[in-house]
Design a protein around this ligand. Sequence first.
Ligand SMILES: Cc1cc2nc3c(=O)[nH]c(=O)nc-3n(C[C@H](O)[C@H](O)[C@H](O)COP(=O)(O)OP(=O)(O)OC[C@H]3O[C@@H](n4cnc5c(N)ncnc54)[C@H](O)[C@@H]3O)c2cc1C
Length: 444
Amino acid sequence: MTRATLYGWGRTTASIADVVAPTSDLEVATLLATSNEVIARGLGRSYGDPAQLSGGVVLDNRELGGIGEIDEDGVVAVGAGVSIDDLLTLSIPQGWFVPVTPGTRQVSIGGAIAADVHGKNHHVDGSIANHVLAMRLVTPTGAVTTSPTEDPSLFWATMGGMGLTGVATTVTLRMTRIETDQVLVDTERFADLDGVMAAMAGGDANYRYSVAWVDCMTKGAHMGRAILTRGDHALRADVEKATLKGPKRPKLAVPFDAPSGLLNPLTIKVFNEIWFRSAPKHEVGEPQSLSTFFHPLDGLRDWNRLYGRRGFVQYQFCVPDSQGATVVDAIKRLSGSGVPSFLAVLKRFGPANPGPLSFPMPGWTLALDLPVGPSRLPGVLDDLDEMVIGAGGRIYFAKDARLSPEKVRAMYPRLAEFLEVKNRVDPEHRLTSDLARRLQLTGR
Ligand SMILES: Cc1cc2nc3c(=O)[nH]c(=O)nc-3n(C[C@H](O)[C@H](O)[C@H](O)COP(=O)(O)OP(=O)(O)OC[C@H]3O[C@@H](n4cnc5c(N)ncnc54)[C@H](O)[C@@H]3O)c2cc1C
């Protein structure tokens, strides 16, 4: 066991814990039995504090490895500590892609199910839980195999349960068949937010993958101008030379913390202008590699250091379909405040799954990266919280570092259902985290 300072990806909330990396179900069970307070940690890509526990024990999941054979239906058993990067390195050459991927490959399978991650295909394929057939889960009251049919309430509470129901050790997933390592991408530029939202609402169903980058620094007629990219896996017949190559390794890294003010309204405005103008106005069927389309940020290692020592917060919310006006109001509030947002990503969500804490709901989701620093930032985010609650929406735990217990209860009306399952498998309340303490998700 080593004592370590742990952060989330946004580097805003550090805390010190004893870290240990178990290698088997038995070691996990022993650690759960002998630690007063404990939580699992994957690759630390959550932005806030769910994978850290001040003064407690943190189980680094990276030694829970192993990737089984991928059968002819794409079914594979994967150790919870395996990263999506490692899985894709093995699976793409065999013609399989992960059914759901977040915007980075550097997440573990355990972290992915704990957050019930979504990708650019939620409107078609749902979130990762929809593709999990079974999972081995070590809880404080014993190790179990759980699935949508074996103790379903535990299965669904674990999907999006942020590690608070147990430590997943092996996850059985169904992968997606691919014929090539390319995606055929259509790109369109929109001069304002209404235009891009209308195109997404009307046309996303024709694509498996869809995402829009939105400029939150422009005001007036061009508020929320956007670049929409949508695509589908290329078939062999679609490309000149069909290959199945694994992910590209990053060649560049940010070697040290940038000065904290580097990303300020001026630099972000300039970046956004260049970014917007460099996208084609309208392009159809451009072949892009899987890495370029799904994981562009992975091309630059440690890019979170660009935000400097003060770090950054990510604010991601979703609202029901009928509340698209909230997206417009939120961007108006942000662009009017002068608080800079470096990356703003808009997606559509399809039907929710049964997980009581799973984030997606049918409608819209907007994710904003916001450098810490401007004194107006906390007030702006409080306003956004009220808009989201008023619209019947919610904030994503995997990105959060600042919500309150009261707001969470307004956003997640099925929380009591989750806590009932947690208290059943963890009656002594051993599984907890800095996030669980902050938001009163410990079950006490
Ligand atoms: C650049 C970037 C882009 C992203 N894009 C998206 C996106 O498009 N969609 C999306 O949904 N998310 C996205 N995320 C968020 C990310 O997918 C989640 O935060 C994910 O949970 C991180 O996995 P991790 O392995 O780093 O887990 P950590 O951040 O280390 O932990 C996350 C949670 O998982 C729990 N956990 C870890 N291992 C286990 C285990 N074995 N058993 C039980 N619980 C466990 C932890 O306790 C914690 O609560 C993005 C993050 C980054 C940095």
